[in-house]
Ligand binder design. Sequence first.
Ligand code: ZN
Ligand code: ZN
Length: 180
Amino acid sequence: MAEQVEQLTYCEVHPDRETSLRCNKCGRLMCPDCAVPTPVGYRCKQCVRKQDDKFFSAGQSDYIIVAAVCVIISAIAAAIVLATNIYPLFVIFIAIPLGGGVSELALRLTQRRRGRQTANVAAASIVIGGLVGAVAYMVTQLGRLPSFDIAVRVLMGNFSIPILIGIMAFFAYSRFRGRA
Ligand SMILES: [Zn+2]
Ligand SMILES: [Zn+2]
């Protein structure tokens, strides 16, 4: 049998795709679809995944701590915003540092361990906490649970609660997404 002049190489995941691109970590051959651009060059999905696993070290208790911190602080903030009837524009200026602050506190309490879902858990907890805090405040004012209509009217009244929890959730989410 005649030897091939040029040895063709193929993607290890897609044997029908010719490629000479190799993962710069493990050296496996990969096609452009399988290659993941990283700050340190093209890597295969397995190596990127392994790197992420090292970064995402959060356990279940870390998620619970993050959720608890976010719910509690967001609930208190929402109740205070309603109680003091802060001008909605001003709410923006307290929501930004609150969103960053709540995530920083949660990161400290969890020794900066994060999971793939930490940012989502934080954002959802802030939204839930804000709604719970706002409803709790209404209960203290009405002496009973507000009707759905009243709750919606108060929540959407001057948009201070949607502004508060929206911005807080956004900044907390971004903070947890960042890798610092
Ligand atoms: Zn690799
Ligand atoms: Zn491939």
